[in-house]
Design a protein around this ligand. Sequence first.
Ligand code: SF4
Ligand code: SF4
Length: 135
Amino acid sequence: MEQSNLSAKTSPGECRQCCQFCDKLVEPASCLKMGCRFIYTYREEINGRLYFGCLHKVFKVEIDQEMMQEIERSKLGFGGVKVHEAPLSHCPFSVDSTFRGKGKEFDCDNMQFFDCSSSDRYCYKVVEEGSERTV
Ligand code: SF4
Ligand code: SF4
């Protein structure tokens, strides 16, 4: 019973297991900058605009590329979007806490949330000559 309550409070994009209320965000602009091979693009026939998304659905939304680049030139930039699926080890993600406080109710009970996918279910082992790495 207790276990199911805990899992209900945690998803790839958010953790509510203590009073800090954390959200995990990924930065699509950085995905483009790093040239991630899991990005796909398509041009919308109706308006001719170019959209991009993440094949792994780490972020679920499809984003107007020109609009994002325009916002990126502003002071605040495009920023992060809440993750939909667990990030891979190379994904540019961060964790934001909504509340800060002292006391037991603010103690983190889910440090794995600060990692990429703890199960690594979307990570691939790439075997290169003489070495092995996970992407
Ligand atoms: S796999 Fe990660 S780095 Fe690549 S597009 Fe998706 S979120 Fe961005
Ligand atoms: S501090 Fe830890 S337990 Fe608390 S909400 Fe964030 S990830 Fe979850």
